[in-house]
Design a protein around this ligand. Structure first.
Ligand code: TXA
Ligand code: MG
Length: 321
């Protein structure tokens, strides 16, 4: 049988070596992380970072997250503080990104940071991402591997779904374990959450032993996860609905709803972690089946549910007046 995915590679040592060579020659690759797949390149190289922005059609004012394997490497690029150390010890590696002040001596591409004095950094937990970071000498700039404003990819084939033949090399790390982008917390002042994720506000409050906030900043450059339409499957999404529209699909949650032909249940058991993991998978399936809208039932707005509702709200923006 013909292999139609010539750009997807098993993460064995010879392919990790090929990935390393791609990074060293300033090419970009698809990289699995536990949250979503990233489009990764050498964070020290303007050339590589420019390729990332161009492939994603990403506005140049929207900075990238820089990925590290260990604390020592990070020290060259960021100024660490006490809140960071506490959160790092409890949560890293894992699905959380920190905004810190950038070290003035850092060699990170200014294009990657969109010229900001701060830097968003993360220690991914996925074995394949860590194995690659261990064998390269540079940190990786890696936004989610999707065209700007579209759905994030949660498996290697989704990356092909986004970029087709334009992406030459993707490491296959299977289905992402979390399936939703990392929580982003700004630690440059009193901690605040810029993007919700499976690491909840309650969890961070507990570790820091202080009350943190959700950022209400309307400034487009603060966390452009806050751009209006985002995480979009490209069809109208209607929230808090109980009925499906004609030729539409339905996203359900909990045991009240059965899975049927046009209805996709994020978690029959009402488990928010499972629902978060299924969200993009289900939305991409619906997009590819050419339905013309999605109606979504009410999803509890507690804990991880807040991150799910945040993504759904942003995905529905353009369509709701
Ligand atoms: O889970 C994730 O975080 C994935 C994986 C691949 O690591 N990455 C990801 O990257 O979601 P991206 O580019 O899709 O989202 C990064 C977010 C953007 O909303 C960006 O604006 C914000 O991080 N960001 C980056 N640098 C920042 C900074 N210095 N200050 C505030 N926000 C920043
Ligand atoms: Mg993204």
């Amino acid at each position: 049988m013909k292999n139609i995915y010539l750009n997807i590679f098993k993460p064995n040592s010879s392919n990790l070596d090929k990935a390393k060579k791609n990074i060293e020659t300033n090419n970009v690759i698809g990289l699995p992380t536990e949250t979503v797949y990233g489009l990764a390149g050498n964070a020290y190289s303007d050339k590589s970072v420019r390729k990332i922005f161009a492939m994603k059609k990403r506005p140049s004012i929207n900075p990238l997250i820089i990925h590290y394997e260990n604390l020592n490497d990070l020290k060259k690029d960021a100024i660490l503080n006490n809140n960071f150390i506490k959160l790092y010890k409890s949560l890293c590696p894992g699905p959380i990104t920190f905004v810190l002040n950038k070290n003035p001596d850092s060699k990170i591409s200014k294009i990657a940071n969109a010229g900001k004095k701060t830097i968003a950094i993360r220690f991914p937990k996925h074995r394949v991402a860590r194995n690659l970071l261990k064998i390269i000498k540079v940190p990786l700039a890696a936004p989610s591997a999707n065209i700007s404003s579209k759905l994030s990819p949660t498996c290697a084939k989704d990356v092909v779904d986004e970029f087709g033949k334009k992406i030459k090399f993707i490491l296959d790390g299977g289905q992402c374990n979390i399936g939703l982008e990392s929580t982003i917390v700004d630690l440059t002042k009193h901690p605040s959450i810029l993007r919700k994720g499976v690491v909840t506000k309650e969890k961070i409050n507990k570790i820091l032993n202080k009350k943190i906030t959700f950022s209400k900043s309307k400034k487009i450059t603060k966390a452009p996860g806050q751009f209006r339409l985002h995480y979009s499957p490209g069809i109208p999404i209607y929230l808090n609905k109980t009925k499906i529209r004609k030729n539409g699909a339905f996203i359900a949650f909990g045991k009240k709803f059965n899975n049927n032909q046009n209805s996709y249940n994020l978690s029959q058991n009402g488990n928010l972690r499972e629902a978060a993991n299924n969200l993009y998978k289900v939305m991409r399936k619906i997009k590819n089946k050419k339905y013309n809208s999605i109606s979504v039932c009410k999803i509890p707005n507690t804990g991880i549910g807040k991150a799910i509702n945040d993504r759904l709200k942003k995905a529905s923006f353009k369509w709701v007046k």
